[in-house]
Design a protein around this ligand. Structure first.
Ligand SMILES: [Zn+2]
Length: 294
């Protein structure tokens, strides 16, 4: 037979690499890990099975997937995978991707008491600080805006606990505390089963205001069937994007999210100005002017 058998698979997109057997036979022409993850291919020259790269913890592929049940399949001709399609085994892949989906994306919330206790439990598990001591410490700040800015999660819990009988959305301070508690709890409950949750937790605690929107936006996109890949600090070298989706050709489409100034808690928040649409439009116009988009 020699070393000239046809490849088993080929991507219609011309990637620079081929996936090759140890005997030298090309098994996949135009190979990209995000198009052909986690499959085994038997070489028609030496009959050994070679496995393609697996997805790392937290990695996604694009949404259009040709899935095979476990088993061995024979193809007479090279199968060409069209642009925008990935191919993989169904069960292993399903298990892998299930973990990346946000939970509770509909955001149905339990009672406020359960939410507050959930956030405290989270802090006890992932914060390096002594939680009880820190809650007492932030409660002693004179200026709530300063306290909320420096240490939002601890401040909001502390504020809630000190004012438990009179927490209504009737002041900037209460609104700020409730927003922070809800955002934190929402992100914890969405991502608690994610394989990188230890890292996500560090970002929720270490970059609190940014993490509110950073981890909330992928939940909203998921409701529109877009599964995002979260980019947590430990998983990347160099500059980090907020999150991204895998495009049809396996490349990264990065997303950067910003919170409009008018919605930034606590220094700009005012009860009564929360007309979301206007605020967002104003922020987009300002950003466009700044970046000179046409
Ligand atoms: Zn071979």
């Amino acid at each position: 037979m020699g070393m000239h058998a046809k490849p088993v698979l080929r991507s219609a997109i011309a990637y620079p690499l081929n996936f090759t057997c140890s005997c030298g036979q090309v098994l996949i022409e135009n190979y990209n890990k995000y198009i052909f993850p986690s499959i085994g291919i038997r070489c028609s020259v030496c009959f050994s099975v070679q496995y393609t790269d697996i997805l790392e913890s937290g990695e996604t592929i694009n949404n259009t997937i040709l899935k095979f049940s476990s088993g061995e399949y024979g193809f007479g001709e090279t199968i060409e995978i069209p642009p925008g399609v990935s191919i993989t085994g169904d069960q292993q892949f399903a298990d892998h991707q299930t973990l990346l989906r946000p939970r509770n994306a509909k955001r149905s919330f339990p009672s406020m008491h359960v939410i507050v206790e959930g956030v405290i439990e989270f802090l006890q598990k992932f914060s390096k600080k002594n939680v009880s001591a820190e809650l007492i410490k932030v409660g002693k700040y004179g200026n709530w805006r300063l306290a909320a800015r420096e240490n939002p999660i601890y401040w909001s819990i502390s504020h809630y606990k000190r004012n438990i009988s009179q927490i209504f959305i009737n002041s900037d301070e209460n609104l700020a505390a409730i927003s922070i508690i809800f955002s934190t709890y929402g992100n914890i409950s969405c991502w608690r089963d994610h394989p990188l949750f230890n890292e996500i937790a560090k970002e929720i605690i270490g970059h609190q205001f940014h993490s509110f929107i950073n981890f909330c936006a992928p939940c909203i996109l998921y409701k529109n069937n877009l599964l995002c890949e979260l980019e947590v600090r430990s998983s990347v070298r160099g500059p980090k994007t907020d999150f991204f989706v895998r495009t049809a050709n396996g490349a990264k489409l990065p997303f950067e999210v910003k919170t409009p100034e008018a919605l930034q808690i606590p220094h700009n928040l005012k009860v009564g100005i929360l007309e979301g649409k206007n605020i967002i439009q104003a922020a987009i116009s300002k950003s466009k002017r700044k970046n000179k988009y046409t």
